[in-house]
Design a protein around this ligand. Structure first.
Ligand code: ZN
Ligand code: ZN
Length: 373
């Protein structure tokens, strides 16, 4: 006789849940997976009704599942959010152009508006251009710094209140491991376990998958037959996360709760520490939030434009001493305060919102977990 699902005790158990090891059925898996994310959203009061929320969408498994689940929960629990997909085109031929095609299909599948901002339009450099200039060694530094700003700039064009990203529990646990054994940087450790951070002019960012295991995201995408792009970036073979990731997978194999334990230890550390983060200023060139006079993106861009790509990577002061200060008339990132709104998309969002507000549904509340969960 085949085993029954440990949650509903009616259906046949068809999978072993990675997070708990329970043998459960497919529909119970969907239920607990979605409910956990809903409860994370509600217990952390991530959103307020009427907010416009951009889903950082890359076409990969995490952000595709995030877009699907955000749409589902927004409808099911009546969050009252205006959802929009926001993608960054880094300009990586043979990789990002294909994954953007996936996002364009998701846009139709989930009936969500899509905005794409590109490195080329924002910085006048695509990642293909940057790699030609700097090679494969530090290109991920450029990409990471540029992507963060690109998302915030896209969000500003759409008057977005909140950006959600697909960072999952594994990503956060890895970041905790990396920050706790390398630099001992308390401020960074604090920031990486926070579920929500506020940035540019009140724009919030959050990670609804903070407690969601990567294996479960893959499983969910597989059983729901979601359309996502699974190729690794061609410019970051085994990225810098390599060692921490392998270590974490080994720990997870021995004890699945390790991932949550590491996140919780990062959180506990955060509570006990009274260390203040450096005061936030804005970059004097581009107006982006920065703890220095000039933000990292502006320094990196200056390096590219001057043919000194090491600028901002490590020896900025020494390089400035040798090569002199910033020449005038150097191409710069547009100032944040002058970013143009995307009027066409704002009109589209407004008309969708009118349609949405016709419906009446019960108010938002935390979901009840199945009894044995
Ligand atoms: Zn079941
Ligand atoms: Zn700047």
């Amino acid at each position: 006789m085949s085993k029954k699902c440990q949650l509903c005790t009616i259906e046949k158990a068809t999978l072993k849940r990675p997070k708990t090891g329970q043998a459960i059925c497919k529909s119970c898996f969907f239920e607990v997976f979605e409910l956990e994310i809903h409860n994370t959203i509600v217990s952390n009061s991530l959103f307020k009704p009427g907010q416009r929320v951009a889903i950082g969408a890359s076409g990969g498994k995490d952000s595709t599942v995030l877009a699907y689940v955000m749409k589902l929960l927004n409808d099911r629990y009546n969050y009252g959010l205006e959802l929009v997909l926001l993608s960054v085109d880094e300009g990586i031929s043979g990789y990002r152009d294909d994954s953007l095609e996936t996002v364009k299909r998701n846009q139709i599948q989930y009936d969500l508006p899509l905005k794409i901002v590109s490195y080329k339009e924002l910085y006048e450099w695509s990642m293909d251009d940057i790699v030609k200039e700097v090679g494969l060694k530090n290109n991920c530094t450029f990409c990471g710094v540029f992507r963060r700003q690109a998302l915030d700039r896209g969000a500003t064009m759409l008057d977005v209140d909140h950006i959600v990203t697909g960072h999952n529990a594994d990503d956060i646990a890895e970041t905790v491991l990396m920050n706790s054994n390398t630099s001992g940087d308390v401020a960074r450790l604090q920031r990486c376990t926070e579920i929500v951070t506020s940035g540019e002019s009140g724009l919030c960012r959050s990670k609804p998958f903070k407690y969601t295991y990567e294996k479960e995201i893959v499983m969910y995408a597989y059983f729901k037959e979601l359309d996502y792009f699974s190729t690794e970036c061609i410019y970051s073979p085994n990225a810098y996360r390599g060692h921490a990731r392998v270590f974490l997978k080994d720990l997870e194999f021995i004890r699945p709760s390790t991932i949550l334990d590491i996140i919780h230890s990062g959180e506990t550390f955060q509570l006990k520490s009274s260390i203040k983060l450096p005061p936030q200023k804005t970059c004097e060139r581009c107006g982006y939030i920065s703890s220095n006079l000039i933000c990292k993106a502006c320094v990196l861009l200056e390096g590219l434009n001057r043919g000194l790509p090491q600028l901002g990577i490590g020896h900025t002061n020494r390089i400035r001493k040798i090569h002199g200060d910033t020449p005038e008339n150097l191409s710069q990132i547009q100032h944040f305060s002058t970013i143009q709104k995307d009027e066409a998309m704002l009109a589209d969002l407004a008309s969708r919102h009118l349609k949405l507000s016709d419906t009446t549904k019960p108010p938002l509340s935390a979901g009840k977990m199945p009894p044995s969960w």
